[in-house]
Design a protein. Structure first.
Length: 358
């Protein structure tokens, strides 16, 4: 894929960069460059990608994204392998989900070659931003916005696809082995809505309940279904798995109201390889509470690109609180995290063809 490269007039000095990536946290430090690909229906679609300095995006005040929220994004990580190379975990799955989100938001499909090629081009110039912290990675954020200037409810005819990168440490600031979650009275998505699309509007709707959870000392918020208010769906940014003493596992089904996580899909494969029986089936909050109390439920895992795999230790809602097991990380959760991170970082053989080396 051909990429037009623009020089950076003032790249970050080495000493400054090393200071920034020593303890980057999550989502607050960014690399020097970005890739931009313009789409214009009148010019035949997608134009030549441009790799240049990371800088503000010029937008007309009437740009469609500002008024009608035509915006989608993805999240994936590059990991440093023992031989020094960087590896991407299932980027073609991110490209496919990106296009599924684009279809739902009436946006143009982006060729997989362009999606992955833009990421590879960015890593070639900003790979030296990889943090040396334990569990570190380079988090990649591809996104698309509607840029056509008009006021009228219809799909835009002009867009920008952009990729930026952020050195990342651990996602959860608390560092707790088992995270604490709050059962929200708000709904994240409804049947027929955009719950399965990775669009900004879904996350905007989660900010009030997430803020409430944080204010009460919890790490994440749990959303129930919008219709009956009883079925577990997902956390603010992660899918859930329920591990039982009899060797079975349940994860909420993909019915269009939750995001089809790539980590979720990977864990189903790994769980089945370990001999566990995984069911994609509805699971109610009342069942969760009862199974935790009886000891039938022994572990709950939350998973996603940012947090990878983490244990849920405590659940709190208007009707009180309950814990899962001892409230910490269980054997299955620990083993899955070790296996998945090992594959991602090249320490464990990738027998699935999931890793793309850069």
């Amino acid at each position: 894929m051909h990429v037009t490269r623009l020089p950076h007039p003032a790249p970050t000095p080495d000493a400054t960069r090393e200071s920034l990536i020593a303890d980057p946290g999550f989502g607050t430090v960014f690399t020097d460059h970005m890739v931009v690909v313009d789409y214009d229906e009148a010019l035949g679609g997608w134009q030549t990608p441009v790799l240049g300095p990371r800088q503000p995006i010029p937008l007309d005040p009437a740009a469609s994204v500002l008024h009608y929220a035509q915006e989608i994004f993805e999240g994936l990580k590059a990991y440093r392998h023992p031989d020094g190379a960087l590896g991407l975990f299932r980027p073609e799955a991110n490209a496919a989900r990106f296009n599924a989100s684009a279809e739902r938001l009436a946006m143009p499909a982006l060729p997989e070659e362009t999606f992955i090629g833009a990421i590879r081009a960015l890593l070639e110039v900003d790979g030296n931003w990889y943090p040396a912290v334990d569990g570190g990675s380079l988090y990649l954020r591809p996104f698309m916005i509607a840029t056509e200037a008009f006021l009228g409810v219809r799909p835009a005819k002009q867009y920008k696809f952009i990729v930026i990168a952020s050195p990342a440490g651990n996602y959860f600031k608390s560092g707790a082995k088992g995270v604490s979650i709050w059962i929200s009275e708000y709904s994240r998505a409804a049947p027929g809505g955009t719950g399965a699309a990775k669009c900004g509007g879904n996350y905007a709707a989660s900010l009030v309940p997430t803020g409430q959870a944080f204010a009460m000392g919890h790490d994440q918020v749990l959303f129930l279904d919008a219709t009956e208010r009883k079925w577990v769906e997902e956390l603010g940014g992660m899918n859930l798995f329920f591990v039982f003493a009899d060797g079975t596992v349940i994860t909420p089904p993909l019915t269009g109201t939750i995001l089809p996580g790539i980590t979720r899909n990977s864990l189903i494969t790994l769980l089945e390889e370990q001999g566990l029986t995984v069911s994609e089936a509805p699971y109610s909050i009342d069942q969760w509470r009862d199974d935790a109390a009886s000891g039938k439920l022994i572990e709950v895992m939350a998973c996603g690109t940012a947090a990878v795999v983490t244990a849920v230790g405590k659940v709190t809602g208007p009707e009180g609180a309950f814990s899962i097991g001892a409230g910490g990380i269980g054997q299955t959760t620990a083993a899955l995290r070790e296996t998945l991170v090992g594959i991602q970082t090249g320490r464990i053989a990738d027998t699935h063809g999931w890793v793309m080396r850069v």
